[in-house]
Design a protein around this ligand. Structure first.
Ligand SMILES: NC(=O)c1ccc[n+]([C@@H]2O[C@H](COP(=O)([O-])OP(=O)(O)OC[C@H]3O[C@@H](n4cnc5c(N)ncnc54)[C@H](O)[C@@H]3O)[C@@H](O)[C@H]2O)c1
Length: 291
């Protein structure tokens, strides 16, 4: 039995909506809100579409899908979160905006309730400083991976003052909804982005040196290393400008080994930003399909 029954999610974008979905599928009554009710309603409609399609097969039963529809509730804003046991924040990656959300939640939530942030690059300890000393014990980072309904990993990142019992309870709640959490220290990039972007940067170096083409490196990673997608395909899907900004953050924190590569800068400056732009490391047709 999870220590957290009632869940709240703040931010109904790509991550927040799917985070709400996995908790709802796990049997938790889940409130979701965004900057406007409309935005949150559109997100929940999309989630109903995901449940209708029944994809990805095998990830949930028809019964869980029915339960999820009942468990997901759109609300106008944070005032409705007073009875939540755990609230996960997934608003824009903007420190001031996130701090504002945490301060409001701190004032609204019961003392026993916890707060989790899905930030990908801001220090969890820094964010926890936005709330009262007592709430800091019940504040943690939960870094989910996209698409959340398929990717089982969650990096669980304690802040300096997090209570170990609370952190364990959050990990247990994640396991109970089918996730595989790992414990990670509050360092820049956490663990997975450091691993991933070490590979991405070395892949770009291989192309710069003329050792391999992007298509061949994608193939090497898929057929030789068992990755589901190659690094150039991944960059194209998530936009090259995002990879560049992650490399800049990692470079500031760790120096030389994450130096953004000139070829990536050139691609971004040229507007070859990836799938949405029609051109990145690969080319894409009108329908977004690779050509
Ligand atoms: N996209 C990813 O792959 C990924 C992976 C891990 C973590 N993250 C992190 O998750 C967070 C959300 O990312 P996303 O990709 O879902 O972004 P997104 O832009 O798709 O969604 C953010 C949502 O938050 C809403 N929002 C903004 N301010 C708000 C406020 N004050 N109150 C309520 N809602 C508000 C926006 O309207 C938007 O719908 C970011 O911190 C991001 O760094 C993203």
């Amino acid at each position: 039995m999870s220590a957290f029954q009632n869940i709240g999610v703040v931010g109904a974008g790509m991550m927040g909506s799917e985070i709400a979905l996995v908790f709802a599928l796990g049997g938790h009554p889940t409130l979701i809100s965004d900057q406007s009710r409309d935005a949150a309603e559109r997100a929940v409609e999309r989630l109903h579409g995901v449940l209708d399609r029944g994809l990805p097969r095998g990830f949930w039963t028809a019964e869980a899908a029915e339960g999820a529809r009942r468990n997901l509730t759109v609300v106008d804003g944070l005032d409705a979160y007073g009875d939540r046991d755990l609230v996960i924040e997934a608003v824009f990656e903007d420190e001031a905006m996130k701090r504002g959300v945490f301060q409001r939640l701190d004032a609204i939530l019961a003392p026993r309730a916890g707060i989790a942030s899905n930030t990908s690059s801001i220090s969890i300890t820094t964010l926890s400083a936005a709330v009262s000393e007592t709430r800091r014990q019940r504040f943690v980072g939960t870094h989910f991976f996209s698409p959340v309904s398929r990717m089982r990993l969650v990096e669980v990142i304690p802040a300096a003052d997090s209570d170990p019992g609370f952190v364990q309870a959050v990990s247990d709640a994640l396991i109970a909804i089918g996730k595989g959490p790992i414990r990670v220290k509050d360092v820049v990039g956490f663990a997975v982005n450091r691993l991933l972007h070490a590979l991405v940067i070395e892949s770009i170096r291989l192309v710069e040196e003329g050792v391999c083409s992007p298509a061949d490196i994608d193939q090497a990673c898929k057929l030789g290393l068992g990755h589901p997608i190659g690094p150039f395909e991944l960059m194209d899907n998530t936009q090259n400008s995002l990879s560049l900004s992650v490399h800049e953050i990692l470079h500031r924190a760790y120096g030389e080994r994450f130096l953004p590569q000139p070829l990536l800068r050139q691609m971004v400056a040229a507007g070859y930003n990836g799938r949405k732009a029609g051109r990145g490391w690969h080319r894409y047709g009108e329908n977004g399909k690779r050509i």
